[in-house]
Design a protein around this ligand. Sequence first.
Ligand code: NAP
Length: 282
Amino acid sequence: MRVCYLLGYPVGHSMSGVMHNAAFRELGLDYRYELKSVPPDELGALVATELRRTDFAGGSVTIPHKIAIIEHLDGVDPSALRIGAVNTIVNEDGRLKGYNTDGTGALMGLTEAYGRVEEARVVMVGAGGAARAIGYHLSTAVRELTIANRTLERAEELATSLSANPECRATVRSIPLERETLRAAIEEADTLVNGTPLGMHPRTNDTPVQKEMLHPGLLVFDMVYNPIKTRLLREAEEAGAATLPGVNMLVYQGATAFKMWTGEDPPVETMKAAVVGALRGS
Ligand SMILES: NC(=O)c1ccc[n+]([C@@H]2O[C@H](COP(=O)([O-])OP(=O)(O)OC[C@H]3O[C@@H](n4cnc5c(N)ncnc54)[C@H](OP(=O)(O)O)[C@@H]3O)[C@@H](O)[C@H]2O)c1
């Protein structure tokens, strides 16, 4: 039996166990995924003991450990280093290596919904951990990326760091999360990404963008996955826009990690059904 862990604090709300254990069962793999609630001051000791066991295949990392884990690993993938956060660990013959599959997952979901993303003009609200990962991948793939954030300095810092990446192909700029500026940016855009927790359970009436700013030419992608249909997605539908729920990103980032741990092609539909079932029941 090989084991995979989620390291977080707390971990009770996580969908990862349901998703990965369904996938292991579907493929008949002798693997088990466990949630580990790890206080920050115990992270180093846990990595030095349980993650060094030969039956540890790999794991997921969530808040608040995505940055702190880096110093405990033997290596970190260059794109995860540039993002500054690790959400996946792989035991590669006794070496613990860190990756970030959040942005890959988001880009896979967007590409599936949008088709070719090379000409996309994206407005992303938020400049936190998840937005950094998505921003990195978007900046290497799309034409324009506008980052709007409540704390403008954070958006500016992210835009500067993404533009400095030699693989960046987008024109990246930052704007304040201010009504008229945001409205004008969304008017010009064909993709809107919510990278803030606004709208997340239990504050489901919150939304990052007012309904009147949404238009039929938009694809609206909400990283929030609980509830599956957020207020933003509901209002986007009402405005005639296409929508992409955060569940897709969750499943694709998990599927990418699953492939790294097991070497097997992930049963994506099974993983998605497991998450959707758990969210509907919660
Ligand atoms: N679907 C998936 O697979 C997936 C994966 C990862 C994360 N997520 C979701 O993505 C969301 C963000 O997570 P994160 O880890 O990036 O969080 P984070 O690092 O705490 O960043 C939060 C971001 O939201 C902004 N924000 C927070 N409250 C706000 C408010 N009241 N008004 C305006 N802006 C506000 C923050 O702005 P300031 O900079 O001004 O504070 C910051 O840019 C969460 O809902 C999380 O569940 C989804």
